[in-house]
Write a protein that binds this ligand. Structure first.
Ligand code: ADP
Ligand code: ASP
Ligand code: MG
Length: 406
């Protein structure tokens, strides 16, 4: 007997025919006494369409109402998939995030799962049913529906797998595994047989949209093996796990990513005194705005004034703008600029630790392509460069070619 959580993304359930195909495949691969939970995303572009509907009403952001709206997408696909199983003669039941016992904090639009009590899931599994759970959603302790951030169904799947102590979690998608770069952008990208949680987490955090970062974090925390594979073929995909087991580590770099959902903020002419950075970044943190790539620069001419440059995601721009404009009333900056035509390109690999040539090779690839670097930041296992967004694809290809020559 195996207990497996299988997650199917939006493109895998985009039409009634595809939903039937998913149900057929799950049943074909199921051993008689396996217990199966299927997590699904909204059909096709449903979530984008729901966002557009809200934008047609207002340009203001409404956390609670937006989540009430967005969560409906997954409710459609769970009901249809449960019907598809029933039609094929296997009992199944659909459950919203709440019914599956998923609780979150109150950060609407990007809530974090705080607990999972899958009692009802167990009951239905023990009754011999396939349980179909809505991805991307949960409930706060005060009873409001939340969503987990775009791509968040992956996180539902890994959280449910961890909560049930499943044998493993399978992520079915429109690519047949994790590649060294987005294969839609870099045609020469290579598929990996396996990747560690740490490297995958860094790739996801830096823009590899194939996995929601939080899902990899949960996988690591609970030691849940994750298998990323294609919905449309039977081939083995990529395993995300703690350590490499088979593949020779021939490349120091595992992946090259890009993220165009970035905005660069410059707070100019800030007084150079203790507590200023604290004030700016603690106020942004209170509003749950993630800040990255922070650079503080000293002005050669005026020692009492500094400039502060950092990046946030574009969705947080309206809120960040109003926070910074309010702060400006007490701090009196000389300028505030917000630029959205930027992108972050990054190289990721645990092998770069103690390998100084990686930074030089990355910058060299960009220099040879004539691409200017605006900001650089590093972690132990990554190097990121902020560049003009129009150059993102060219930059990723240039860096990828440098580290993964044909
Ligand atoms: P789903 O709807 O199944 O969740 P997503 O669109 O969220 O699918 O994720 C799959 C997509 O992720 C792929 O089509 C691919 O273009 C993109 N992607 C980005 N980086 C990578 C990568 N390193 N490896 C594989 N796919 C990637
Ligand atoms: N439907 C949600 C989205 O499009 C969640 C997901 O697909 O993972 O972002
Ligand atoms: Mg996804």
């Amino acid at each position: 007997m195996a207990l497996i959580v299988k997650k199917f993304g939006g493109s895998s359930v985009a039409t009634p025919e595809k939903i039937m195909a998913v149900a057929r495949r799950v049943l074909q691969e199921k051993n008689p006494d396996d217990k199966i939970v299927v997590v699904v995303s909204a059909m096709g572009d449903t979530t984008d369409d729901l966002v557009s509907l809200a934008e047609a009403i207002t340009d203001k952001t409404y956390g609670r109402e937006m989540d009430m709206l967005l969560a409906t997408g997954e409710q459609v696909s769970i009901a249809l998939l449960a019907m598809a199983f029933a039609k094929l003669g296997h009992p199944a039941v659909s459950m919203t995030g709440f019914q599956a016992g998923i609780t979150t904090n109150e950060t609407f639009n990007k809530a974090k799962i705080t607990g999972i009590t899958p009692d009802r899931v167990w009951q239905e599994l023990n009754a011999g049913k396939i349980v179909v759970v809505a991805g991307f959603q949960g409930l706060t302790k005060t009873g409001d529906i939340t969503t987990l951030g775009r791509g968040g169904s992956d996180t539902t799947a890994v959280a449910v797998a961890a909560g049930l102590k499943a044998d493993h979690c399978e992520i079915y998608t429109d690519v047949d595994g994790i590649y060294s770069s987005d294969p839609r952008v870099v045609p020469t990208a290579r598929r990996m047989k396996e990747i560690t949680y740490n490297e995958m987490l860094e790739m996801a955090r830096l823009g590899a949209g194939v996995m929601h970062p939080r899902s990899v974090e949960l996988g690591k925390h609970y030691g849940m093996p994750i298998h990323v594979r294609s919905t449309f073929t039977r081939e083995t995909g990529t395993f995300i796990r703690e350590e490499y087991t088979m593949e020779e580590k021939e490349f120091v770099i595992r992946g090259v990513t890009h993220d165009t959902n970035v905005a660069k903020i410059a707070v100019l002419g800030v007084p150079d005194r203790p507590g200023i950075a604290y004030k700016i970044f603690s106020t942004l943190a209170e509003a749950n705005i993630d800040v990255d790539m922070i650079v503080q620069s000293v002005r050669a001419m005026d020692k009492h004034i500094i400039d502060m440059v950092f990046t946030i995601s574009q969705g947080d721009v309206p809120q960040a703008r109003s926070i910074l404009e309010k702060l400006n009333e007490e701090m009196d900056f000389s300028g505030l600029t917000i630029e959205e035509k930027v992108a972050k390109v990054s190289v990721v690999g645990a092998g770069m630790l103690g390998n100084p040539g990686i930074a030089a090779a990355t910058f060299g690839a960009l220099a040879d392509a004539g691409i200017n670097i605006e900001v650089i930041s590093t972690s132990e296992i990554s190097i990121s460069c902020l560049i003009e967004s129009d150059k993102a694809k060219e930059a990723v290809n240039a860096i990828h070619n440098r580290f993964f020559p044909a």
